[in-house]
Design a binder for this molecule. Structure first.
Ligand SMILES: NC(=O)c1ccc[n+]([C@@H]2O[C@H](COP(=O)([O-])OP(=O)(O)OC[C@H]3O[C@@H](n4cnc5c(N)ncnc54)[C@H](OP(=O)(O)O)[C@@H]3O)[C@@H](O)[C@H]2O)c1
Length: 312
């Protein structure tokens, strides 16, 4: 009996592997628009797809980032400046894309741009939450709505970058909230667009060393947020707690291809997955934890965290 079950499971996995390895045709004619290409996953994905011969339309936040990317890629890759929090910038970028894709439409839209503020809710004000939601969630929604007619025309793909923190919230601030929103938006979009042959994939990376998670960026931000908190909050949490938050970032993986390979698969496989988890911590810790009963995951987070100075 067990032998049959194991054989069936093996067969199922083989079939799935075979199905997922089928690649869409004419990749060299397909345009992919990626947001947040100055650094990190977006930058690496742009270079990866360019090497694969696809037509990459890379959106960068800064002219410096765009120039640097162009210097490392073929003439096929084109860049545009895009701030996803600004409607006029999205409208201009959409027009720019329209002119390039013509009647073929846009094959791939990768919503990757993002920022993070890792802190405790009590240290923050409403603006601190709004700043993250504006880029990670509302920016993604506005870019998607603007580009959707072009993606529908190509019966293409939308790839939304979420996080394990869209499945399990273990920090305060707007980041997890934005990624839970990305999950909900992507789920409704996937169901809605299935009528038109458009596929939507969600990428859920664990911790990776990029600008967003680098100590150079995280430490000063955490310190600045701590400093803006009331003296009562400072006393309750204490400076030791502050440094323990910083050291968490050091456990992140350096192999960004684990994430960009998932994005590439979502754009090039004939049968992309709905969700991709990237990184050993995502697969072995965070996603399994998200399926546990809440009291168990709460206890695990409690046991593994450093307690505030005045915790009971
Ligand atoms: N690194 C991780 O551990 C991790 C884990 C899970 C999910 N993610 C997600 O992965 C995505 C990419 O992040 P990353 O880790 O590659 O970090 P990253 O290197 O900081 O990349 C994020 C990119 O978004 C750009 N950006 C910031 N604000 C923007 C705006 N308003 N409009 C347009 N672009 C903007 C950044 O530009 P500047 O560099 O010029 O600011 C940067 O190029 C994000 O959605 C992030 O939430 C990251």
């Amino acid at each position: 009996m067990w032998l049959y079950l194991v054989a069936l499971l093996g067969l199922w996995n083989l079939l799935r592997l075979f199905r997922e390895r089928q690649v869409v045709s004419h990749l060299q004619d397909k345009h992919v628009f990626i947001t947040g290409c100055d650094s990190g996953f977006g930058n690496l994905l742009a270079r990866q797809l360019d090497r694969r011969g696809m037509r990459v339309l890379a959106a960068c936040l800064t002219e410096n980032g765009a120039e640097e990317l162009r210097s490392k890629t073929s003439d096929r890759l084109e860049t545009v400046i895009l701030d996803v929090t600004k409607t006029e910038s999205i409208v201009a970028a959409t027009q720019w894309v329209k002119e390039r894709v013509g009647n073929r439409g846009l094959w791939g839209l990768v919503n990757n741009a993002g920022i993070a503020i890792f802190a405790f809710n009590e240290w923050l004000n409403k603006q601190d939450f709004a700043k993250v939601l504006d880029v990670n969630l509302l920016g993604m929604i506005e870019v998607t709505l603007s580009m959707l007619p072009l993606v529908r025309k190509a019966r293409g793909r939308v790839v939304n970058v979420s996080s394990v923190m869209g499945r399990l919230s273990f920090f305060g601030g707007g980041y997890s909230i934005s990624k839970y929103g990305v999950e909900a938006f992507s789920d409704s979009l996937r169901r809605e667009l299935s009528y038109f042959g458009v596929k939507v994939a969600i990428i859920e990376p664990g911790g990776f060393k990029t600008a967003l998670s680098s100590n150079d960026r995280v430490s000063p931000t955490i310190k600045m947020l701590f400093d803006q908190a009331s003296s009562e909050v400072k006393e309750i949490y204490g400076e030791k707690f502050l440094s323990s938050l910083n050291s968490l970032m050091e456990t992140c993986s350096e192999d960004l291809t684990l994430v960009t390979d998932c994005m590439e698969h979502a754009l090039t496989s004939r049968h992309p997955r709905t969700r991709y988890s990237a990184g050993w911590d995502a697969k072995l810790i965070y996603l399994p934890m998200s399926y546990l009963p809440t009291f168990v995951s709460d206890a695990l987070v409690y046991l593994s965290s450093v307690k505030p100075a005045q915790a009971l």
